[in-house]
Design a protein. Structure first.
Length: 175
């Protein structure tokens, strides 16, 4: 069972998640593996960019986090966010990302860094999981979650090789 709690304003939401200084873009969180906390769909504080459809997508994103946490609590940020973005359909076209067009592909280590200041995972996470699904099929994503992201044991390649294949995937499919 997953409990979902909605908050009418940012102040009460941030208090409820214990993060009074949460970034403005944060409107929901999988607070535990069995509880989602997010801004209310009818909050007057949400701007016009927060459409009903977008908020539903965010709710799906947080639900996927809960499911993933039930599978394995100890997975890296790139996989945790990537699978939630992928399953929620939160695709960002790599052609619209100047750093990707310039060949500045993030490493998995970079995608795992500070979640408040490094938001690139939210831009490339969908495509990262798409690469895994198209290369190894969806079961590989499940195996990575269960194995705590152990790429060599799960996919049979090194992390460096995985990253290079992902960069090639982006170049060939999107650029």
């Amino acid at each position: 069972m997953i409990t979902v709690r909605f908050y009418q304003d940012f102040s009460s939401f941030r208090t409820a998640i214990g993060m009074p200084q949460a970034p403005a873009w944060m409107i929901g969180t999988a607070y535990t593996k069995s509880e989602i906390r997010m801004m209310s769909f009818n909050s007057p504080e949400l701007g016009s960019n927060y459409t009903f459809e977008y908020l539903l997508t965010c709710a799906v994103h947080e639900f996927v986090h809960c499911v993933t946490l039930h599978m394995n609590h100890a997975i890296p940020r790139w996989l945790f966010e990537g699978i939630a973005l992928y399953e929620a359909g939160m695709f960002v076209d790599p052609q619209n990302l100047p750093y990707i067009r310039a060949g500045d592909f993030p490493t998995l280590a970079e995608l795992n860094s500070n979640w408040q200041t490094n938001t690139r995972i939210y831009e490339v996470g969908y495509v990262l999981i798409e690469f895994i699904v198209e290369t190894w099929e969806k079961e590989a994503v499940r195996s990575l979650i269960l194995n705590g992201e152990n790429i060599p044991d799960t996919l049979g390649i090194t992390v460096d090789s995985f990253e290079q294949q992902w960069y090639n995937f982006i170049q060939n499919k999107y650029l």
